[in-house]
Design a protein around this ligand. Structure first.
Ligand SMILES: C[S@@+](CC[C@H](N)C(=O)[O-])C[C@H]1O[C@@H](n2cnc3c(N)ncnc32)[C@H](O)[C@@H]1O
Length: 409
């Protein structure tokens, strides 16, 4: 590559950073802002768009390591970001233009921090800075190995198979020369490399697969859900878990799906059609009694920080406190819809004990009719007496929490 081209790309990247920087700690919808910013650049092609996206997300992931440099020495900041960017291959011309005098990126964060400290004078790069320090009170284990490394890596793509003839999916993936791994205890889950564009496959268009992180898939697997029941998915959103639940319950079972945002349920309608599921109903007036109610509650999303690194810097302790109030409110509203003997599953994609254990404990104290059930299977997570937490490093997934509560009377 002509050195002038790489220098221009670096200048443009730094201009994007300058435009985004004032919004980083303030905008929960930063990914949309990034998408719109890149879409406005009519002169750049799709390969460059991918490069800038990769650099921007790496910058957000490693924000505390590059923030001080962006003011004092932006060119070195851009070099550090290019070096750290996980998807820039050693052969990438952009990387080669700036990082040829640095070695290949080591595997661990500790080694990365040590190398950068030795190269960039006046700065000490610390691994623990890559999560907000206040979060240690919410989840001390997130600051330890292997979770800290996993939380700062780029997420793989997980899909859930929802077809009888899996070879239709495997043949297409092989044709694209994608390799994948399966989860031994969860044969419906396949893990593909981060850059696999799964949404552009026939398998996806024909409803043979759904994109769903293994962490999200395992939530329902922690509970003893017998086939054939009538369930309510009370926070269904775009319906990732509604679809999974509908398959789990089978033809004799049924899922009613609702959400405070009715418009998002349209996405679920399309996905259910694509998956040829006829046992999912979208409703804004759920019934009075169900065999089970799933509350996949709105949360800080700290379990998804590796895919949404901006949230590490946007979420504050006050944000979490506000979520805990909403979570308890939703549980309290939905609890009467569980039949005696039925199940209430509370789930979040948060690693914060305040949003998880503490919300369930407060709920149980106010609702003596409900008792915690031991996890049917923790799938590698940790059961705390009320619910199961799976942290990202354990199985290369998003983090989640799930508690199963049974109503006695
Ligand atoms: C974590 S997301 C659900 C994700 C979804 N279950 C899935 O697996 O794809 C939480 C959802 O809760 C919804 N929500 C927020 N407040 C709510 C409330 N008071 N009642 C019902 N849903 C609510 C949000 O609109 C959001 O779609």
């Amino acid at each position: 590559m002509h050195p002038g081209i790489a220098a221009n790309q670096q200048r443009l990247f730094l201009a994007f950073v300058a435009e985004l920087r004032p919004h980083v700690r303030r905008d929960s919808a930063l990914p949309r802002r990034i998408k719109e910013l890149l879409a406005r650049q009519r002169a750049i092609g799709s390969r460059d768009r991918k490069l800038y996206r990769e650099l921007i997300y790496t910058w957000l992931r490693f924000l505390p390591w590059t923030d001080p440099l962006l003011d004092s020495d932006p060119v070195t900041a851009a070099k550090v970001i290019a070096w750290l960017a996980p998807e820039l291959k050693p052969t990438s011309p952009y990387r080669a233009a700036f990082c040829a005098d640095w070695p290949a990126v080591p595997a661990t964060l500790a080694e990365k921090a040590e190398f950068l400290t030795s190269q960039v004078s006046g700065l000490k790069f610390q691994v623990s800075e890559l999560l907000p320090s206040w979060f240690a009170d919410h989840c001390p284990a997130a600051f330890t190995s292997p979770h800290l490394d996993a939380l700062n890596a780029r997420a793989n793509v997980w899909v859930r198979l929802q077809c009888i003839d899996r070879n239709l999916v495997f043949d297409e993936f092989r044709g694209k020369q994608w390799t994948w791994e399966t989860a031994p205890d969860f044969p419906d889950a396949l893990c593909l490399p981060p850059n696999a564009e799964v949404a552009n496959t026939d398998a996806y268009r024909r409803g043979f697969i759904e994109i769903q992180d293994l962490g999200s898939q395992l939530v329902l697997a922690t509970a003893p859900i017998p086939p054939g029941g009538r369930w309510l998915d009370a926070c269904a959103g775009a319906g990732g878990k509604s679809l999974q639940l509908a398959r789990l319950l089978g033809d004799h079972g049924h899922v009613d799906a609702t959400d405070i945002r009715l418009e998002i349920l349209e996405e679920l309608r399309d996905r259910a059609q694509r998956a040829r599921l006829t046992n999912v109903r979208i409703t804004n007036s759920p019934d009075a009694a169900y065999d089970g109610v799933l509350v996949d509650a709105p949360c800080s999303g700290s379990g998804t920080w590796r895919r949404q690194p901006h949230l590490k810097w946007y979420v504050k302790p006050e944000t979490i406190a506000s979520f805990t109030r909403t979570q308890l409110e939703i549980l309290t509203t939905q609890a009467p819809r569980v039949k005696p003997g039925g199940l209430l599953i509370y789930a979040t994609c948060s690693m914060s004990r305040h949003e998880n254990h503490d919300v369930v404990a407060a709920f149980l104290q106010a609702q003596p009719d409900f008792k915690p059930e031991p996890a049917a299977d923790t799938h590698g997570g940790t059961f705390d007496g009320l619910g199961t937490t799976l942290l990202p490093g354990t199985r290369n997934t998003d983090g989640f929490y799930a508690a199963t509560l049974r109503r006695s009377t």
